[in-house]
Design a binder for this molecule. Sequence first.
Ligand SMILES: Nc1ncnc2c1ncn2[C@@H]1O[C@H](COP(=O)(O)OP(=O)(O)O)[C@@H](O)[C@H]1O
Ligand SMILES: [Mg+2]
Length: 312
Amino acid sequence: MVIVVCPKCARKHKVNIDLIKVHIDSGKNVSATCRSCKFKFPVLIDQLHDSPDEKEDYRAKTRKICVTLSKGGVGKTTTSVNLGAGLALAGYKVLLVDTDTQGQSSYILGKKPTAGLTELLTKELTPEECVVNARKNLWILGGGKSLAGVKRIIDRKSFGAEWTLAEAMKPLESQYDFILIDTSPGWDQLIVNVLFYATEVLVPVALEVMPLHGLSEFMKSLGSIQKYRKEISLKYIVPTFLDTRIKGPQTLYSELKKLYPEYVCSPIRYSESLSEAPSFGKSIFEFAPGSIASADYRALVRKVTMDDTALV
Ligand SMILES: Nc1ncnc2c1ncn2[C@@H]1O[C@H](COP(=O)(O)OP(=O)(O)O)[C@@H](O)[C@H]1O
Ligand SMILES: [Mg+2]
């Protein structure tokens, strides 16, 4: 097996080398069509990479995705928890990091951790002691009120304050395929720390009033971080609260697609199940596996893993 990388969407495809070699050896041009973005491109023999052992590859590259937007109530926590739960169900090892003082991520998954991010940042406990197992393949580094004190500690640092989270997370990183970081609304030192740690940004945008304003404000803030940290980039814009019965949200969705075609994912529709699931301590896949919300989050899992067969 070899890996062919799509030059357009960067998706990696495993291909049987023998099938390609027959054509290349006979002097024919070989072209491929990306299964993900449908882009057609020529395949050259020197661009083929040996396929590494899949597990080794995942372990070598922990993906660090933060879910963020300054506005509250746009579906950050709902998306972090359900994307995390979906990735875990798809077989990936996931650490969900809650950087919000409300500590809702743990609550939604029916957990009450006694330690979490605060103890990790203050080094009161070892990294392993701070993490709680929530489901098969899913762990939580809980947030909560105590994070307010941590923010003050970060604020008082005379230099290197923005790297506090990144330094603290290092010992944990290699054990996971995905680290998903849920953030609080607003803009503070902890969010700056998250943006100095994550490499990918997922922005949920509620298709309600003025969503585009919040998004363009956020883009400016992200731009100012990128001047100092090149590794971070916007990867996904996830439209949320799409109410298909009324026209307004549909129009906003089309507008969003026109403005940011390369980032906009398929939307998460408005669903009562999503607001009900948390009080049962369940992810959407456990609470209402047949719901539209479950289907929408499953689609997001496939988008993020670049695997159309995940959770089939
Ligand atoms: N697609 C949706 N349909 C209906 N309710 C939703 C949807 N997404 C989130 N909710 C509910 O909306 C509220 C705000 O969502 P939340 O994820 O907490 O936003 P944030 O973390 O950005 O503040 C919660 O009560 C949540 O259950
Ligand atoms: Mg939240």
